[in-house]
Design a binder for this molecule. Structure first.
Ligand SMILES: NC(=O)c1ccc[n+]([C@@H]2O[C@H](COP(=O)([O-])OP(=O)(O)OC[C@H]3O[C@@H](n4cnc5c(N)ncnc54)[C@H](OP(=O)(O)O)[C@@H]3O)[C@@H](O)[C@H]2O)c1
Length: 310
């Protein structure tokens, strides 16, 4: 009897592994080449605001489904859970692309180096694929020197910035020894930063979108008639149309959900293509302003330095 049970569980385990492998094969995410030659997945799983109790399992499930880019930050206070989820996901470390970010409070040369080591420890890894300056405030230039050195020491595979408007980005590019490889900025159908993207392109900086689905704060996005209509034609949901639209335009895109069905949906966007007319129709949804904080407004800069600091 015990032998029958053992055989049954072994078969069930192997079948489970096989279906996970199939899901990962089906949901293979294409990559883009960064300016230093590192390959970065075009679609990534975001972890901001994931409930603490489900965060590790959400990350593990995302990896089982085929996500390889996992995005976190010191400021999300979840690097330990993300690190646990990465181990539970069961994919070799070298196949993953882990991003984390330095928070303003840790800017400056010395403190940036210490904060980086602390992030490594919390994540349970000995290198980071992409390390970003989270905000364009504080001692950006001291912090950037630390990132350049950590990159040269091989502890980070690519370095970058986040929320840098074109003026801040160009200034950093003009003074840095090593230019940022990525700029993670707000980017969605409601806030399309194509002009900013042109400046990033000019300096060889890959644009990465956060808030592609407006962080869930504008549910009407998911019932936009044009997204629903285009989705119906392709047998896809409005969320899938949004993610396809951004990745098709060359923007590496993050998505976040604690819902396993939405995770499955979000990764399943590379088996269809939007035509020019569909792309142009989505262009028209742009409202031309941020749906979150304005990184160029003095009030919001004060907020980042005081209220948002952990
Ligand atoms: N650098 C920065 O300053 C910065 C700022 C913000 C975010 N980020 C990064 O970018 C990531 C993504 O941005 P975000 O967290 O702001 O949110 P987001 O991905 O724009 O939106 C998340 C919302 O979309 C919903 N959603 C996801 N897939 C869906 C689907 N298939 N159908 C319907 N609804 C769906 C989620 O609801 P359900 O949970 O119900 O599915 C959630 O409410 C973050 O997690 C973080 O890693 C970076």
């Amino acid at each position: 009897m015990r032998k029958i049970f053992k055989t049954f569980f072994a078969i069930a385990f192997l079948l489970g592994m096989k279906s996970r492998t199939n899901a990962q094969e089906m949901n293979k995410v294409p990559t883009v080449k960064l300016s230093n030659g590192v390959e970065m997945p075009q679609l990534g799983f975001g972890t901001l605001h994931l409930p603490q109790e489900t965060c590790a399992e959400n990350v593990a499930n995302a990896i089982r489904l085929g996500f390889r880019l996992i995005d976190t930050a010191k400021n999300y206070a979840n690097e330990e859970e993300v690190g646990r989820g990465i181990k539970m996901g069961g994919v070799p470390r070298e196949q993953l692309f882990i991003t984390t970010k330095l928070w303003i409070k840790d800017y400056g040369y010395e403190s940036a180096k210490q904060a980086f080591e602390a992030s490594l420890k919390r994540l349970g890894t000995d290198y980071i694929d992409l390390y970003l300056l989270h905000q364009p405030f504080g001692d950006v230039y001291g912090a950037w020197r630390a990132l350049e050195e950590l990159y040269e020491e091989g502890k980070i595979r690519a370095i970058g910035v986040s929320n840098f408007s074109p003026d801040r980005l160009v200034d950093l590019c003009m003074t840095a020894r090593i230019r940022p490889m990525v700029n993670q900025i707000e980017f969605s159908p409601y806030f399309q930063q194509w002009r900013a993207k042109q400046w990033n392109d000019k300096y060889g900086v890959q644009v990465e979108a956060w808030g592609a689905m407006v962080s869930g704060s504008h549910p009407e996005l998911f019932t936009e008639p044009i997204l629903v209509e285009i989705g119906k034609k392709h047998g896809k949901s409005p969320a899938q149309v949004i993610l396809r639209y951004l990745t098709q335009r060359g923007v590496v895109t993050l998505c976040r959900t604690a819902n396993p069905e939405h995770q499955q949906e979000d990764i399943n966007i590379f088996d269809f293509e939007l035509n020019d007319a569909e792309m142009h129709a989505i262009d028209l949804l742009d409202k031309g302003h941020t749906m979150a904080k304005d990184h160029r407004s003095p009030e919001d800069v004060e907020w980042f330095h005081t209220k948002a600091t952990r």
